[in-house]
Write a protein that binds this ligand. Structure first.
Ligand code: S3P
Length: 173
């Protein structure tokens, strides 16, 4: 099985992915990290030099390779990955894939992302926390349609990291 973690930037996909990998002993990959390694560039540099469309193409390409590899694994996607092309449709119809949406509220995500926005090209330019809050509210609204198609939805505001890990292991393994 491929366990795929999806959710907005700052929802803790990578942190949870590492925790799950430790408990299940399955390998963990972070799609952003795979892209950075393969393209020999940070995500911020990729956006700057090649543009977002190039990034989205690469995202779909590397995801497809990972999904079609035979091994079981845990995979964290980028916040936008399931919202482009037919990616969410492909994940939902894949017999060997389970998706989990880490759902967070706008205020929680704003708090988490404010100090970390520099490395995220979509929000790096935002200069005040209120503007960031507005941006996330609109952006999350657009993306929720895709995120809500996940097999499981877990609220990151209600569950600790160990509770999230336990819940997923109990329900999906
Ligand atoms: C993006 C999220 C980022 C990264 C890129 C674009 C998005 O990943 O893929 O900056 O469109 O939401 P994280 O969700 O891991 O921050």
């Amino acid at each position: 099985m491929k366990l795929i973690l999806i959710g907005y930037m700052g929802s803790g996909k990578s942190t949870l992915g590492h925790a799950l990998a430790e408990v299940t002993k399955l390998p963990f990959s972070d799609l952003d990290a795979v892209i950075e390694e393969q393209e020999a560039m940070t995500i911020a540099e990729l956006f700057k030099t090649k543009g977002e469309i190039y990034f989205r193409k690469k995202e779909a390409e590397y995801l497809s390779k990972l999904i079609n590899a035979p091994d079981n694994q845990i995979l964290a996607l980028g916040g936008g990955t399931p919202c482009y092309g037919n990616i969410m449709e492909m994940l939902c119809s894949h017999p060997n894939v389970k998706t989990v949406y880490l759902k967070g509220g706008v205020d929680l995500l704003t708090d988490r992302l404010w100090d970390e926005r520099a490395k995220r090209p979509l929000i790096a330019h935002i200069e005040s926390k209120d503007v960031l809050n507005d941006f996330i509210r609109k952006h999350l609204f657009e993306r929720t349609y895709f995120y809500n198609q996940a097999d499981r939805i877990l609220d990151i505001g209600e569950l600790s990291l160990s509770e999230l890990t336990e819940r997923i292991v109990f329900e999906l393994f």
